[in-house]
Design a binder for this molecule. Structure first.
Ligand SMILES: O=C(O)CCC(=O)C(=O)O
Length: 250
């Protein structure tokens, strides 16, 4: 099914996000879920006492290696066209990670994921500089702790957006996404994680697309192995040009 790029780009600008249904092959996500299980197990073994995203909720960087790296995710025509339409064709990816609530996780505070672009004017309205591309490794039901979003809140000063949510003017909507669905969102659009009531971890991957002129120092990333870099398409090399690469001698 072809995606209307202009419509999806406008949805991001107006609503703060868009969803592409059945965009990635389910089998690729099943492979990710399987490969992620030992990564999560080892991470939790070390960090269970210090969860970095609230109780029983973990943000874990992902390796740029198959199956967690796949051209299905990073060389997708529609995702690249939408990101290019919103951010410009010179956009670059600077992050690849996952968010996983486990049983025992709780509602997060409502938040955005990025700070202001201009510190002296934090409420300055500007088009998106960053987009987050999210995709779950499992089918997410209400019991798995779906991501909740408050539509259109990237367009208000944060205090006003929070007040409107609190007053019930803007609802928090759970996004029930299946493995294969893709969420492309403006990370300023307010949202929160919700409790996972099941025994099944709910991993959702995220990669961030930045305008070509932007640079963030703070992101922890896994370096890309040289053999993966060599196998990338020219388009992937362009969008992944700013990611760290493993040195061939290490
Ligand atoms: O994974 C989720 O449902 C939300 C996670 C999130 O927004 C965060 O940790 O910043």
């Amino acid at each position: 099914m072809s995606v209307d790029i202009q419509e999806k780009a406008e949805e991001i600008l107006i609503e703060g996000f868009c969803i592409l249904r059945d965009q990635f092959p389910k089998s690729a996500l099943e492979a990710c879920n399987e490969a992620f299980a030992p990564i999560l197990r080892d991470y939790v073994a070390e960090n269970a006492e210090n969860p970095n995203r609230g109780p029983y909720r973990h943000y874990i960087t992902l390796p740029f290696e198959p199956p967690l790296y796949s051209p299905y995710f990073f060389d997708d025509d529609a995702v690249i066209a939408i990101a290019s339409r919103v951010l410009g064709e010179d956009f670059a990816i600077d992050q690849y990670a996952s968010d996983t609530p486990l049983k025992g996780s709780v509602y997060q505070e409502i938040h955005g994921d990025v700070g202001p672009l201009f510190h002296e004017n934090p409420d300055f309205q500007h088009p998106p500089a960053i987009l987050a591309v999210n995709f779950p490794f499992i089918d997410v039901t209400p019991a798995h702790g779906p991501f909740e979003v408050a539509r259109g809140t990237h367009l208000f000063p944060k205090a006003e957006a929070l007040r409107r949510i609190e007053d019930g003017d803007i609802p928090l909507e759970p996004l029930l996404m299946n493995a294969g669905d893709v969420l492309i969102r403006d990370p300023r659009c307010l949202h929160r994680g919700t409790p996972n009531h099941t025994d099944t971890p709910r991993p959702v991957a995220v990669f961030a697309c930045l305008r070509g002129w932007m640079q963030r120092e703070s992101r922890e990333r896994n370096p890309m192995p040289e053999y993966v870099w060599t196998g990338l398409s020219e388009r992937e090399k362009r969008v992944m040009r700013k990611l760290p690469r493993e040195s061939s001698t290490s």
